[in-house]
Design a protein around this ligand. Structure first.
Ligand code: MG
Length: 367
């Protein structure tokens, strides 16, 4: 099975309501879809949303990297030589993790098709299902409490609360959500880099003293402030989850060796796809550090890839894959199946995606 062309397209899916964090606000999932076509007629799908506020990747940088750096490195390659192909993607440019992720995911999809098995099974996965948390967008405390109650009523028993804008108001936000949903619901807090280390320690100690029962706090401080992250991790009892501080396996190695966080949040758009994510899983497992699997505002194409990884790796114990739930429609035929908060995969090879509807296909790069 040889790769003959790479097609680029765009996809836009409206959200049910605006998604707001300390870093950005959006009312659609807008993403770049990649199709790697093989000489057998098989198609491997990948995806790269331009999450410029987090990864720095724009539509322009993603499509340019794919067209001018990645496609020439892949066209003509034999899919059975997967390690050479994923290595070519990883070394195609510095940075550009979203573009690399799209190509790496599409390559794995083709490889799964070549092997005739779903990816999670090729990796020896034994999980058959898991449940995702639900993200409560950053708003006024009363509105967040209302959204949280609605989510619990819809069947979600784990919520991720977005904070990180105005440290004192954040404490009101978290308190309002806990009072509204009662003691049984699992609550996670994501500050998206919004606090200084001192604010984070004050905020988390307050949550502990008030008995708000927060399972973990995600990325309390700036992504580059590894010393600050470690200080927070050492100063509080609540588990600290690194997100924007961990992109590559090398970042994971540093955080693990410093014990700068208690857990790692793996996202394919940060790790440059499944290859980097699998490496991080291995490192975390060796260190006895559990992982969350997360996503940017992505469609079901790359979220399906994340779900295959999560099914296959025991070290992934927490699941934050709700973007498709937040979308008003689902243009992806096949792929991960949602039943409320529960996710499962089909038995089709690779990602198990049949087609993606509504893609505006553009450039086609051939050898
Ligand atoms: Mg996060």
């Amino acid at each position: 099975m040889r790769i003959t062309e790479l097609r680029l397209g765009t996809l836009s899916i409206p959200l049910k309501k605006p998604f707001k964090t300390a870093l950005r606000s959006t009312d659609t999932v807008t993403t770049n879809i990649v199709a790697l076509v093989a000489d057998t007629g098989d198609v491997g799908y990948g995806e790269a949303p331009p999450t410029v506020a987090i990864t720095g990747d724009t539509d322009g940088s993603i499509t340019c990297t794919l067209a001018t750096r990645i496609a020439p490195a892949l066209i003509g390659r034999d899919v059975s030589e997967l390690q050479d192909a994923v290595s070519a993607v990883a070394h195609s440019a510095v940075g550009n993790t979203s573009a690399k992720a799209a190509a790496d995911i599409a390559l794995h999809d083709l490889w799964g098709k070549l092997c005739g098995q779903p990816l999670s099974r090729l990796w020896g996965g034994t999980k058959r299902t898991f449940t995702t948390d639900y993200t409560v967008s950053l708003n006024a405390p009363e509105e967040m409490a209302r959204d949280a109650v609605e989510a619990v009523r819809d069947g979600y028993d784990a919520l991720k609360i977005k904070v990180g804008v105005d440290f004192r108001l954040d404490l009101e936000r978290i308190g309002a959500v806990r009072r509204a949903v009662g003691p049984e619901v699992l609550l996670r807090v994501d500050a998206n880099q919004g606090w200084t280390p001192k604010e984070a320690i004050r905020a988390i100690r307050y949550m502990e003293d008030e008995g708000l029962d927060i399972e973990l706090v995600e990325q309390p401080v700036a992504c580059h402030d590894i010393e600050g992250l470690k200080w927070v991790t050492d100063a509080v009892e609540t588990a600290i989850l690194a997100d924007e501080s961990v992109y590559s396996p090398r970042d994971a190695l540093r955080l693990i060796s410093l014990r700068a966080a208690d857990m790692l949040n793996i996202k394919l758009m940060k790790s440059g796809g499944l290859s980097g994510a699998l490496t991080i899983c291995g490192m975390a497992e060796s260190a006895g550090m559990e992982c969350m699997i997360g996503a940017m505002m992505e469609s079901k194409v790359s979220v399906t890839a994340a779900a295959h990884l999560a099914m296959a790796r025991r070290v992934v114990t927490r699941y934050d894959l709700d973007p498709p739930i937040l979308c008003a429609s689902d243009p992806v035929r096949g792929g991960v199946i949602y039943d409320g908060a529960a996710l499962e995969l089909n038995d089709a090879p690779g990602l198990g995606i049949e087609s993606v509807e509504g893609v505006a296909w553009g450039e086609i790069i051939k050898g």
